[in-house]
Ligand binder design. Structure first.
Ligand code: F6R
Length: 242
């Protein structure tokens, strides 16, 4: 695992965008998996700008969504589907045929998960996965205490996740559960980029990076990921001792 600390959100986002560009330049058929949330917003904006400037071709990549709020319609701003289309796929010219996201409206969660698991196998695994971290240490919707051997699954969400989740929606939205790739899939991604910014993330980043690896802090598993990269701004890194 590598840790990179930048002075501010702008610089860390620019570095994260450069990393994605570099991956696609080296491997134009890369399988990319993206989280949503506040943290990667600027990374995605800069990625679209840099990709346009440098004429990076995403037309052979395949994209997977890390997670989704169950029961939230894809056309609702705040859903992971809507967010990824608006922040990543459309700006990069990525077509529907290059995308697989969880269907949040499914009545059959088991087969939705199976579809995702089989697809990841079929495309040869995930080359690059970008995740943010919850203040409780979650990755995707793998909440504290998660069974880290799981593949895609549904998950009851913790109170902190439910309350921070409301901030993504413009109106109160009933959310209770999520559907997510499991930690087994996160850990198998050939590169796992974890982004954290802001003072709010400082305590959990200390636990994730400097305490023992534990499923009570799913983010701590990045310590044992050979292709793990943590990109932080100074504030999120402010509790780290080294
Ligand atoms: C969202 C996701 C979540 C967020 C995490 C951090 O797709 O996977 O795990 O990455 O909750 O959210 P922000 O970036 O809003 O602090």
């Amino acid at each position: 695992m590598e840790i990179k600390i930048f002075d501010d959100y702008e610089r860390m986002s620019s570095a994260a965008a450069d990393l994605i560009i570099d991956i696609v330049k080296r491997n134009p058929v890369a399988v990319l998996c993206f989280a949503t949330g506040n943290t990667p917003v600027l990374t995605y904006k800069l990625l679209a700008e840099k990709a346009k400037e440098e004429k990076i071709d995403f037309s052979k990549c395949f994209c997977i969504g890390l997670d989704e709020w169950l029961g939230v319609s894809p056309d609702k701003s705040g859903s992971c589907h809507y967010t990824l289309y608006h922040q990543v796929f459309r700006p990069l010219g990525i077509k529907d045929s290059q995308i697989h996201l969880f269907n949040a409206m499914t009545k059959d969660i088991e087969s939705e998960c199976k579809k995702m698991n089989e697809l990841i196998e079929k495309v040869g695994g995930i080359d690059f996965l970008l995740a943010g971290v919850g203040v409780n240490g979650h990755i995707g919707f793998n909440e504290p205490g998660a069974d880290v051997s799981l593949l895609a699954h549904d998950q009851e969400l913790h109170d902190t996740t439910l309350s921070s989740g409301q901030n993504y929606f413009s109106e109160p939205t009933p959310i209770k559960k999520g559907i997510t790739l499991g930690m087994a899939q996160v850990m198998k991604a050939r590169k796992f980029l974890l982004l954290a910014n802001g003072i709010k993330k400082a305590p959990i980043m200390k636990q994730a990076l400097e305490a023992n690896i534990t499923n009570n802090v799913p983010a701590s598993f990045i310590q044992q990921h050979a292709g793990g990269i943590v990109i932080l701004n100074k504030e999120a890194a402010s509790a780290l001792s080294k």
